[in-house]
Design a protein around this ligand. Structure first.
Ligand code: SIN
Length: 530
């Protein structure tokens, strides 16, 4: 058994920022399923929304966030995160991150991008590879801290709690079982402060902008130990992912629309004007639903994002990654519109936390996409998530250091028991189940929902949960099996939450209840085991 002052699960912006701060106070293990940089953060293109210009104000950023959130944001949290943002941005700059700048009347200032729902330009970015630059900066810094052990190719299996071990007087988190993928062994890590920073669950859907690691691990683990999970029905679909048979998950940043890109249907019409006065830069829920409606109405396979009216040099310089990637698929975005479709992008709900990232289980913290602080409400404002990860990492680290630690020797942690299990004999079963979940979620729990489709999804997921549970107990655990088990749990949480919200609000739109019902539903959807 290994023992650490802090165990962080996940190596994106939230996990690494937390680890850097905690490292000045003790030993830290950062557990990550693949390589350190295999995170959602590294894929973020748009940037970080933060008030830095004289033309902007905290008040406006708060207002835009709350307006996008469709009545479910926690205003106190929104204010905290927005106002603490600039300080946390300075931390990143001090670590060596260079945000793009531009020349204005003889001096340099930050080049701010614009995205849907923002009333001002406020998105700090590094061309269109902001997340990759942030990830590299943080990983470089982590490498210089001997107190931090980065455990790559390690996957958390389950949290260890006092209740699970039969000490139920006051439940708390004591450690975590972790699979070392290289050896196939399960290690026991003890810590009184476990931080879930595992990102979201985009992979529950057939089409997603997320990398393969986004399998809802943190939410599923927290659910299994009884932590509160909220607002899982609010899955954000990004309106513009590249539509191309070989282009798996490639996002076309909203910043392209921020710089004037126009969505057109197959007849070349600027159709968004019919749906919202803000046109192509309306908030994402509106744009994604409009594209869905256009596609369904016309029978076309996609719509098009047109930025050909901009100078080719501007496009190549501002969006080098998107430009090069499209070109590899035979699309020159400076000359032709990009075919795009919506895809699952962001989990706005998650593990319920307070303003310091503490969950309902003592010793367990959650930060970043896996958590639900109340910032996003029913629909996240673009580029608010990196900001949230950064600010909440700082707040959680500060709170962790203040909170008393339980006596480490009090409760002995048992070693993992494998029992009489064998290797999975037919991997095809895992892949089949995986595929079935993603397809049914896409078909029945997508951008437009109905009770009937949700109930169908629910019934199928219950069967799958039973079957996957049997695999889990009878076969040797592997990353594939663990991910599948988490995926089906995350999918079921989304469906259960969606079924309980009998109205349409933000990202949750159902044909059975197309109106918002503030009298009954202007509250979080809370799920809790038992
Ligand atoms: C984008 O670049 O469009 C994604 C930004 C975000 O999801 O916040």
């Amino acid at each position: 058994m290994k023992e650490y002052d802090f165990v962080v699960i996940g190596s994106g912006i939230a996990g690494l920022s937390f680890a850097l701060k905690a490292a000045t106070h003790g030993s830290v293990a950062v557990i990550t399923k693949r390589k350190g940089a295999d995170t959602n953060t590294a894929w973020a293109q748009g940037g970080i929304a933060c008030v830095t210009s004289d033309e902007d104000s905290f008040e406006l950023h708060v207002r835009d966030t709350i307006e996008a959130g469709a009545g479910l944001c926690d205003e106190a949290i929104v204010r905290r995160i927005v106002t603490e943002g600039p300080e946390r941005i300075r931390d990143l700059i001090e670590l060596g991150l260079h945000f793009d700048e531009r020349e204005v009347s003889g001096h340099r200032e930050l080049d701010l991008g614009k995205e849907g729902g923002h009333s001002k330009r406020r998105v700090l970015h590094v061309r269109d590879v902001t997340g990759k630059e942030i990830e590299e900066t943080l990983l470089h810094e982590i490498g210089r801290r001997p107190q931090v052990e980065l455990l790559e190719n390690h996957m958390a299996v389950d949290l260890i709690t006092a209740a699970k071990l039969g000490f139920a007087v006051e439940d708390r988190c004591l450690g975590v079982y972790v699979l070392d993928e290289k050896t196939g062994e399960i290690e026991t890590l003890r810590s009184d402060r476990i931080v879930l920073a595992t990102g979201g669950c985009g992979k529950v859907y057939l089409y997603t902008s997320n990398p393969d690691i986004a399998t809802g691990d943190g939410v599923a683990m927290a659910w299994r130990v009884g932590a509160q999970i909220v607002n899982m029905e609010f899955i954000q679909f990004h309106p513009t992912c590249l539509f191309h048979a070989q282009a798996k998950s490639f996002l076309i940043s909203e910043a392209v629309r921020g710089e004037g890109g126009i969505l057109r249907n197959s007849r070349g019409e600027d159709f968004m004007k019919r749906y919202d006065t803000r046109g192509s830069l309306a908030p994402r829920d509106i744009v994604a639903r409009a594209i869905d409606a256009e596609i369904k109405r016309s029978g076309a396979k996609c719509v098009f994002l047109d930025i050909t009216h901009k100078a080719p040099e501007f496009i190549r310089e501002r969006f080098p990654h998107i430009y090069e990637t499209c070109l590899r698929f035979g699309i020159d975005m400076s000359k032709q519109p990009i075919p795009v479709v919506p895809a699952a992008h962001y989990q706005c709900g998650g593990i319920k936390t307070d303003a310091n990232g503490a969950t309902s289980l003592r010793g367990l913290y959650a930060i970043g996409e896996v958590a639900c602080t109340g910032l996003h409400g029913a629909n996240r404002l673009a580029s608010n998530s990196l900001l949230e990860g950064l600010v909440m990492a700082h707040r959680a680290a500060t709170a962790c250091l203040r909170s008393p630690v339980g006596s480490k020797q009090e409760i002995p942690l048992p070693k993992w028991k494998s029992g009489n299990v064998q290797d999975v004999d037919e991997l095809v079963v895992i892949y089949h189940n995986w595929d079935e979940i993603r397809r049914l979620m896409w078909d029945y729990v997508g951008i437009v929902r109905t009770d009937k489709r949700l109930q169908r999804a629910s019934a199928r997921l219950r069967n799958l949960q039973r079957e996957i549970g049997e695999f889990y107990w009878n076969f040797k655990v592997s990353v594939d099996l663990l991910e599948l088990r988490n995926l089906v749990t995350a999918a079921a949480l989304i469906v259960d939450s969606a079924l309980s919200r009998k109205e349409s609000r933000g990202l949750h739109f159902t044909l059975d209840y197309p109106k918002t019902d503030d009298r009954q539903f202007s509250r979080e959807t809370v799920l809790s085991r038992g």
